[in-house]
Design a protein around this ligand. Structure first.
Ligand code: SF4
Length: 211
């Protein structure tokens, strides 16, 4: 990124981090993807039970590999299906830490997410003792209206392409407010002021990550 553009992005990230802190969440700004795993490691303890929501940001930053390092009791969903998968989704609620990304974070320090199954948004909202969200600078938005636009023109269509969902947006790249059985936009959540101070920790990364 061009230096003055980087400086401007960094200033926005710091403003967003302050807004998250005002909402009783923790926030750390880092300059590159390589800085993410050390921060995650500092927030976890060896032997912690950890779980995660599906996230390309966790893959791109190396966090998924870190969770599989053997340092933690990782509730790994890779290749798991059926009843066993359902059990892992429920076990996540009693994890020590839950890792995921967000679909968008607003200038006011609001975290916006949309799920198909709702396992991810449910665990972010309640259950795990700590929640760690890794968020690229491409997901910073002015407000919830822009968050929804971002979802409908980028995050959801890109995810339906990745997952091979039979939805209109997979073909057109834009939301058609479908009623498809494969719809991935079913449960919408916003985290604003949190009663449990510091339960949610957002790592803001000055690089684009995920969709
Ligand atoms: S509501 Fe349907 S068409 Fe719209 S983004 Fe979600 S899955 Fe795609």
């Amino acid at each position: 990124m061009q230096p003055t553009a980087f400086e401007t992005m960094w200033q926005r990230m710091e403003r967003t981090a302050e807004a998250l802190r005002r909402n009783n969440m923790e926030a750390t700004c880092v300059k590159s993807t390589a800085d993410v795993v050390p921060v995650v490691e500092s927030l976890l303890h060896e032997g912690d039970v950890v779980s995660n929501g599906g996230s390309m940001s966790l893959v791109e930053t190396g966090v998924m590999d870190h969770l599989r390092s053997g340092r933690y009791q990782f509730l790994d969903r890779e290749g798991v299906t059926g009843d066993e998968l359902g059990k892992l989704y429920r076990d996540a609620f009693s994890a020590d830490a839950y890792l995921a990304s967000a679909n968008a974070v607003t200038d006011a320090g609001e975290i916006f997410n949309v799920d198909g199954n709702a396992n991810r948004v449910a665990a972010i909202a309640f259950g795990p003792k700590r929640v760690i969200l890794v968020v690229g600078c491409n997901k910073l938005v002015a407000d919830l209206r822009e968050a929804e636009t971002r979802l409908e023109t980028m995050a959801a269509p890109a995810n339906t392409k990745r997952l091979g969902c039979a939805t209109p947006c997979r073909e057109t790249g834009v939301c058609a407010h479908c009623q498809s059985p494969a719809r991935i936009c079913c449960t919408y959540t916003v985290q604003r002021f949190q009663r449990q101070k510091g339960r949610i920790h957002v790592i803001l990364v000055a690089e684009p990550l995920g969709f």
